[in-house]
Design a protein around this ligand. Structure first.
Ligand code: BGC
Length: 740
């Protein structure tokens, strides 16, 4: 967006709020202003004398991670009644995928490909959190994530900018509602700005090197969409972007975010990221770190005290102008006014009627149902028919563990309130099926095999072995990266042992990331990938396994065959020597001392295939869908116009089912190399058996725009291919031409 667009936007009404902010600001001391720029952790349900004094003196503007409602009210009371100017506090918390009711992890929510579901989950999370005194969440996390080793992929919305953009917008709407001042709205925070998902080697907090066109074409669009959807705040990333950590990155935080995108809300640092500028090696000390972060565009320092200890001196010494500080503090005060905190910052302690209520549990179950992806279903072993089996052996450490199924960032969910698979299956089966349960391993990463014997016995005596395996919650999330993304511990050996019994295996995987399954896939008959499904995971998975509803989740991220293929994503570039089945050479087929040029000379590995195990967008149903009649309303469109592309989707199977219809394009020749495919539209539809629906997409040339060599964002004239289908390897295709 050219810089002058900022000026063309209607200036926020020089309203009431603006004049209240100006009046308040005129009464504030420098210390009080810097206080607003400081955020401190709570004392875990207490109010220490130190914290009380800090608030009374106006030396802090926001608190994070306090969840005791009485304590929160007490903190607000100190701020409002005992501080000189009575400025209420922002109360921040990581409400990432639910508060008390835990919804599927964000990567699982992305697998729903359902903006409505994602909005609903965020909305209910906001209701529960706001009833608990929280007015600011550090979500959505919208880092494009193409490395499954990175633990934080669990918190992300996957690998694709288009999908992420649309779901980010829904999450912001869900948290913030129509008006921030509504009682159940909380401020959202687009994080981590920007490029964190590209951390080298999938190691958390690591360096990123992202060329500007890649940054603008892939990593920034969800953040820009968040600004456009009215997100209240931003958080800068911990990571180092092309040599300048985001926390001190003036170009990112000011040139792009403020000047190009006209973002007007506050930007918070990540946890202690300001003093970490010293560790990064770009600041000599904490004072220098405060100076660099503040002048780059960090408005609020999270958790550490560089701002409070050094900004006053830096202002007095004229390294930072008071007018800049006033601009920053105005943004923070405006947010507090917008949230309605000056009118009422207190939360009645009797108000928690909504927490974990029936509606919330129903939505949690529906979201979990839509998020599960059926990866394999040999001989239609699924759904399990209640009348056709006598005994079901349920095996695995994740079958009956209410804690682990909640996944990462579920601080406020309670394991005792989760409904597990074992419980739900038993409830559903009643007396009709014998359920034998063997935990087999004490946890998902255990290497002990003492429990195998009981599991093998149980499987031998059953019609089906239902194995519920994967990763426990702690194996993904912040700072929980893995170099090996196979099933952890002795799980592969367990699958082998059960496979040897000859009993068919249905494998349910709960995990916070894609898992490499090549070594086990042939040994199991079906795989249902459930991510960490949250509070209602058990009933959701039970309904799917027994066919009360058909699976409809689609992968929001590519599943590699082996970790050595990473990064592997569908929207790759073609290169000058793209791999193909014809040129692919398997290591075992090479003769000893073969001449160097005998190989295919394309971008393939010798020891694994070049394709993923499961592509982006993939997911089976109990039904089958056919795609026919792709039609375009015109074959040529001028830039600035839209084209309509339609397809007929038919349910040719036997089940009522949802399908996610996906549209991909390719810009065949452009001024910079373009991805071989890019998602440009999707729709989740429901179809009864035998029914067809014409699904229509409107594709505007703005959607075809990308950053060119001059870093202008433009669509270019030329030929485009379009595909529509049920995943990113769709074959039904057509073409159109874009002209100037
Ligand atoms: C994480 C953020 C989170 C913050 C506050 C940091 O360690 O990177 O995503 O919002 O902590 O809990």
């Amino acid at each position: 967006m050219p810089a002058n667009l900022c000026q063309q936007r209607p200036v926020a009404d020089i309203s009431d709020t603006a004049s209240k902010v100006v009046t308040l600001l005129s009464k504030m001391t420098i210390e009080e202003k810097v206080g607003q720029m400081s955020q401190l952790p709570g004392d875990g349900g207490n109010v220490s004398n130190r914290l009380r004094k800090t608030i009374e003196n106006g030396h802090v503007g926001s608190i994070l991670n306090e969840v005791n409602l009485d304590t929160i009210n007490e903190l607000q009371q100190i701020a409002i009644q005992d501080s000189r100017l009575g400025i209420p506090l922002l109360i921040g918390r990581d409400v990432i995928h639910g508060f008390s009711t835990i919804f599927p992890i964000p990567l699982g929510q992305a697998a729903t490909w359902s903006p409505d579901t994602v909005e609903q989950c965020a909305n209910l999370a906001a209701i529960e959190a706001s009833e608990n005194g929280i007015n600011w969440t550090f979500a959505p996390m919208i880092d494009i994530s193409r490395d499954p080793r990175w633990g934080r992929i669990a918190e992300s919305l996957g690998e694709d900018p288009f999908l992420c953009k649309s779901l980010a917008t829904s999450m912001v709407r869900g948290f913030q509602g129509d008006e921030l001042s509504m009682p159940n709205s909380i401020a959202a925070c687009a994080k981590h700005f920007a490029g964190y998902g590209a951390s080298e080697g999938g190691r958390d907090y690591n360096t990123t090197n992202i060329p500007e066109h890649e940054l603008r074409n892939v990593y920034l669009p969800p953040f820009k969409a968040a600004v456009e959807s009215g997100v209240a705040t931003f958080m800068a990333s911990f990571s180092d972007l092309n040599g300048v950590p985001a926390t001190a990155n003036n170009w990112l935080l000011t040139d792009v975010l403020r000047n190009e995108w006209c973002f007007t809300g506050p930007v918070v640092s990540d946890w202690e990221a300001v003093p970490q500028l010293v560790t990064h090696g770009i600041s000599v000390d904490r004072c220098d770190a405060a100076l660099q972060a503040c002048t780059a565009g960090i408005d609020i320092e999270m958790a550490s005290d560089c701002y409070f200890n050094h900004l006053i001196q830096l202002i007095n010494d004229k390294f930072i102008s008071i007018s800049e500080v006033d601009r920053i503090v105005s943004r923070i005060l405006t947010l507090k006014f917008n949230l309605g905190l000056f009118s009422n910052a207190f939360t009645p302690s009797t108000q928690k009627a909504n927490v974990l209520n029936k509606t919330h549990l129903k939505v949690a179950k529906e979201a979990a149902i839509k998020s599960c992806v059926l990866l394999k279903n040999n001989e239609q072993i699924l759904p399990i028919s209640k009348g056709k089996i006598n005994t079901l052996s349920v095996i695995g450490p994740l079958a009956n563990d209410g804690y682990e199924q909640m996944g990462t960032w579920a601080f406020d969910g309670k394991a005792s309130q989760s409904q597990t698979c074992l419980q739900a299956i038993k409830d559903y089966a009643g007396n009709a099926i014998n359920i034998n349960y063997a935990v087999a391993m004490e946890n998902s990463r255990s290497n002990h095999q003492q429990g195998f014997g009981q599991a093998i016995e149980s499987a031998k005596n059953a019609d089906i072995a239902l194995m519920i395996l994967g990763e426990e919650a702690i194996l993904s999330g912040e700072a929980h990266c893995r170099a090996n993304i196979d099933l952890p511990g002795a799980q592969e050996q367990l699958i082998e042992a059960i496979h040897k019994t000859g009993t068919p295996i249905v494998l349910v995987i709960m995990a916070g990331r894609p898992i490499t399954l090549e070594k086990v896939i042939a040994k199991v008959d079906a795989i249902l990938f459930a991510w960490h499904p949250g509070t209602m995971g058990g009933p959701a998975i039970t309904d799917l396994l027994f066919g009360l509803v058909s699976p409809s989740g689609k992968l929001p991220v590519t599943f590699p065959r082996t970790v050595g293929q990473v990064p592997l994503y569908y929207a790759q570039k073609n290169s000058g020597r793209p791999p193909s089945q014809e040129t692919f050479v398997d290591m075992d087929s090479i003769e000893v001392r073969a001449p160097q040029t005998s190989l295919g000379m394309t971008g393939t590995y010798l020891d694994t295939h070049f394709t993923p195990l499961f592509p982006f967008g993939y997911g089976l149903s109990y039904s089958q869908f056919s795609y026919t009649d792709i039609k375009l309303n015109k074959e040529v469109i001028a830039i600035g116009n839209a084209i309509e592309i339609s397809v007929t989707v038919s349910n040719i199977g036997r089940y009522n089912a949802d399908e996610v219809v996906q549209l991909y394009t390719r810009d065949l020749v452009a001024s910079v190399t373009r991805p071989v495919r890019e998602l440009k539209g999707y729709q989740r539809i429901s179809l009864a058996p035998g029914k067809s629906q014409v699904v229509m997409f409107e594709l505007h040339t703005d959607e075809l725009a990308f950053h060119n060599r001059k870093m202008e964002c433009k669509a270019e004239a030329g030929l485009f291919h379009v595909w529509i289908g049920g995943d990113s390897s769709a074959t039904l295709t057509a073409e159109f031409r874009v002209i100037n």
